[in-house]
Write a protein that binds this ligand. Structure first.
Ligand code: S3P
Length: 182
């Protein structure tokens, strides 16, 4: 599914391929496959943040708070959107700031991965490593999905990943990218 907004071909085919989506639909797994097929570097903003801050995301949330995490996330994302052809997997909340959405749209092709609440709940299991899901992970997934109902709709292309392997998802994205570059 492509969105209705028209973009110039150059804007869509240049720069990065940015994977957005809620926690759990396979952004990192698909991103790795995609990067390999495109012969591009793969980066995951959460992994970059963890490495650079020297602590895991849960510790970062606990010690410095969500607002500090979001500021670091914005800075990291903008730094990675430097015009290079790389595949960037973003954290599920990276789309919440308009500033981030604008940087993503300007920096490359935005691809959303979606999945049903049931698939997401199964994939995130107990919410381990994801501070926003702490406590009742399933209830938190449903609450956040409702809050973020339209948050991922600004993508150039969306794949609903339920029932698809990561390879199949990557193939659909590659097909879209090839079509757009023609
Ligand atoms: C978050 C998603 C996480 C991570 C942080 C916050 C969110 O990334 O950035 O826990 O707000 O949805 P994943 O989507 O990779 O789990």
């Amino acid at each position: 599914m492509t969105n209705g907004r028209s973009r110039t071909k150059e804007a869509v085919t240049g720069g990065a391929v940015i994977l957005i989506g809620f926690m759990g639909p396979g952004k990192s797994t698909v991103g790795r496959i995609l990067a390999e097929r495109l012969g591009a570097e793969f980066v995951d903003t959460d992994q970059v943040i963890e490495r650079e801050q020297g602590m895991g995301i849960p510790d970062l949330f606990r010690e410095r708070g969500e607002a500090a995490f979001r500021a670091i996330e914005t800075e990291t994302l903008k730094r990675l959107l430097d015009g290079s052809r790389r595949v960037i997997a973003t954290g599920g909340g990276a789309v919440l700031a308009a500033e981030n959405r604008e940087a993503m749209r300007a920096g490359g092709t935005v691809v959303a991965l979606k999945a049903s609440p049931e698939t997401i709940i199964r994939r995130v299991a107990g919410g381990e490593g994801r501070p926003l899901l702490a406590g009742d992970a399933a209830a938190n997934v449903r609450r956040l999905l409702e809050l973020r109902k339209t948050a991922y709709d600004f993508a150039d292309f969306t794949v609903v990943t339920d029932g698809l392997t990561a390879d199949e998802v990557a193939r659909r994205i590659l097909h879209f990218l090839a079509k757009e570059s023609r």
